[in-house]
Design a protein around this ligand. Sequence first.
Ligand SMILES: *[C@@H]1O[C@H](CO)[C@@H](O)[C@H](O)[C@H]1NC(C)=O
Ligand SMILES: *[C@@H]1O[C@H](CO)[C@@H](O)[C@H](O)[C@H]1NC(C)=O
Ligand SMILES: *[C@@H]1O[C@H](CO)[C@@H](O)[C@H](O)[C@H]1NC(C)=O
Ligand SMILES: *[C@@H]1O[C@H](CO)[C@@H](O)[C@H](O)[C@H]1NC(C)=O
Ligand SMILES: *[C@@H]1O[C@H](CO)[C@@H](O)[C@H](O)[C@H]1NC(C)=O
Ligand SMILES: *[C@@H]1O[C@H](CO)[C@@H](O)[C@H](O)[C@H]1NC(C)=O
Ligand SMILES: *[C@@H]1O[C@H](CO)[C@@H](O)[C@H](O)[C@H]1NC(C)=O
Ligand SMILES: *[C@@H]1O[C@H](CO)[C@@H](O)[C@H](O)[C@H]1NC(C)=O
Ligand SMILES: *[C@@H]1O[C@H](CO)[C@@H](O)[C@H](O)[C@H]1NC(C)=O
Length: 628
Amino acid sequence: FHIEKHTEVLQALQMKYGDLYRQDNVVLSGTHTHCGLGGYFQYTLFMMTSKGYIKESTQPLVNGIVKSIDIAHRNMKPGRIFRNRGDLDDSSLNRSPHSYLNNPEDERHRYKWNTDKQVVVLKFTDLDGDGIGMISWFAVHAVSMNYTNRMVSSDNMGYASCLLEQDKNPGELPGQGGFVAGFSSSNLGDVTPNTKGPHCANTGLPCDYLNSSCPVGGVSVMCQAYGPGDDMFDSTRIIGHKIYSKAKELYANAVEEVTGFLHSAHQWVNMTDVTVQINATHTVSTCKPALGHSFAAGTIDGGGDLNFTQGAVEGDPFWDGIRDLVLGKPSNQTQECHHPKPILLSTGEMNWPLPWHPQIVDVQIITIGSVAVVAVPGEMTTMSGRRLREAVQQELESEGTFRDTEVVIAGLSNVYTHYITTYEEYQVQRYEGASTIYGPHTLSAYLQKFRGLAKAIAQDRVSELPLGPQPPFFKEHLLSWMLPAPVDKTPQNTSFGDVLEQVYPVYRQVGHIVTIWSVSAHTALWGSSGLSTQDKTFVTVEIYDNRTETWEIVHTDASWETRFHWLKGSNQQSNATIEWHIPSSAPSGSYRIRHFGHYKQWKGLQQVITAYEGASEVFRVASSFYSH
Ligand SMILES: *[C@@H]1O[C@H](CO)[C@@H](O)[C@H](O)[C@H]1NC(C)=O
Ligand SMILES: *[C@@H]1O[C@H](CO)[C@@H](O)[C@H](O)[C@H]1NC(C)=O
Ligand SMILES: *[C@@H]1O[C@H](CO)[C@@H](O)[C@H](O)[C@H]1NC(C)=O
Ligand SMILES: *[C@@H]1O[C@H](CO)[C@@H](O)[C@H](O)[C@H]1NC(C)=O
Ligand SMILES: *[C@@H]1O[C@H](CO)[C@@H](O)[C@H](O)[C@H]1NC(C)=O
Ligand SMILES: *[C@@H]1O[C@H](CO)[C@@H](O)[C@H](O)[C@H]1NC(C)=O
Ligand SMILES: *[C@@H]1O[C@H](CO)[C@@H](O)[C@H](O)[C@H]1NC(C)=O
Ligand SMILES: *[C@@H]1O[C@H](CO)[C@@H](O)[C@H](O)[C@H]1NC(C)=O
Ligand SMILES: *[C@@H]1O[C@H](CO)[C@@H](O)[C@H](O)[C@H]1NC(C)=O
């Protein structure tokens, strides 16, 4: 998920920069990971699943985004942009092929694959031709890490970004160095990175093709997609590496220069009642938001553990009964509007304590010369994205001002509204269709709205676009339902940061894992107000430099090579394991691992938060040659 743009980020930008960075020229597009912090979304459905609106998660994210923009702003200089595109195979599968096949045959025949394979790259250089950054788009879910993972991770896309930044900023830690490599999400709605495909975890056999169910012992939850690696870390590494390699190659060979004007167009749209003219005689309309039964089935990238299956076009009396009792019955009007979706949660009719889903969403296009970035507030399926790209390109080129346009879908932008399928895919009601919250004509409505923006850009009449209804920000009403972190305690005779299980004196490099256990404190304090969280890390791996006689940090907790697990124990005690997976590139030498945190304790009548740190004993990493 991703943070809502208008709620916090734009306010912070406005305070610093006045009217320079605005609603229309800033796009926040989420990379999409299931391994992030929760609690930074103001609609009730999302707050239900993340214990409310949590300032300790939101504030560091907002600060980080604004800081990135500050750095970019400070380093602004004249430069050049080049574009390139190429295909990446073996990194994605369609996870709802049955829905895809419901699209018209003649439309499907225009495409070789049932997912988009193209990687589009923009290369940024200074006037001397030295690279300063890159943005790429590729349509795949960043769910190589499955839901058993408890660590914060940016998944395959984040790993690709780390790899390219490491290449271009040699010797720098993650997030440091001048070169920025962005890997953005696109029309990934029906695309999984788990390329060995779905299998039943209980029988080893393929899942049911139509509803992704498994016989006995859990209906949807047993149907799991995995691969290409042996475990989720390996799969993340392989997919991330493929995306990185392709982007790097396209970056290196990008010669087609992007020149021309910059345009941005933005509108707010009340998605609950958009009327779309589908032909000379008929109009259709979008609906108040609602989720279908198959939403609760989940997907092959993480199934629901109740007895829901994908592809349900009829409700279940048992669950509908509970829903009616607890949350209320969907109105007839909403049921008819969403047909054939059997409504599980009529979120558009649920407003307590706050609306469960957004009504007002952002539609936005930014063009840089011949490149158009279409910011979509949700996860479009492959075919939805193709239709949208085509529509935008047609409108832009209709006035003769744009030629040879490269249109990219920037998915998950600005606000989150789940999925957007085609009308035909919607009829099948797999997870993506059940999660198309504004009903069967959601895509048609977006096509109409984005066409409007594209036309305004092509005719240079953006200033005439109506702004649309401004979305609410429920600021004062947003509450955290999370209990404050309790005071921390240590086991007898230990202090915070003490190492409980030590390192070995010597490690051979390849394949070895250095592990320590450390006395730790509640990690939620990380984002507490008053603590400086920028550039902080729970973990460092450090090498001793004999010449300068200092310790030099080689990894932080953001590094692929480290894993930090926090374990909440009983009696307000907690500890942490820290792993360093020694890469083959690690030089021989003397190392140590350090752990940082904050603990909370009573001092008289006050709770006081104090920083602590601890370090492992010094150990040596020797190449295998010496250790035998
Ligand atoms: C899934 O679909 C198959 C038909 O392909 C059907 O036999 C089965 O009962 C369905 N499973 C569930 C749980 O609905
Ligand atoms: C998640 O991945 C781990 C391996 O890394 C595997 O043991 C586990 O079965 C997977 N779980 C699911 C639900 O895919
Ligand atoms: C969106 O439109 C619906 C239907 O016209 C209306 O009831 C609702 O108040 C509108 N929402 C907002 C936030 O303006
Ligand atoms: C317009 O669309 C409706 C609904 O799909 C259809 O029933 C009608 O025949 C169409 N009319 C024309 C003129 O194509
Ligand atoms: C799901 O489980 C409930 C309670 O066990 C049962 O009443 C209902 O029939 C089940 N639904 C399906 C589709 O199996
Ligand atoms: C809703 O539909 C049901 C079944 O079609 C009908 O019995 C009921 O009267 C309708 N309710 C309203 C408020 O129209
Ligand atoms: C803690 O230290 C004291 C004094 O050295 C010792 O008597 C006691 O047994 C220790 N307790 C534990 C749990 O190690
Ligand atoms: C660096 O110092 C360590 C002892 O601290 C020693 O074992 C090692 O040989 C020295 N390395 C170099 C390159 O001098
Ligand atoms: C660390 O905490 C876990 C969970 O509370 C516990 O099982 C484990 O024994 C602890 N390990 C050490 C070395 O204290």
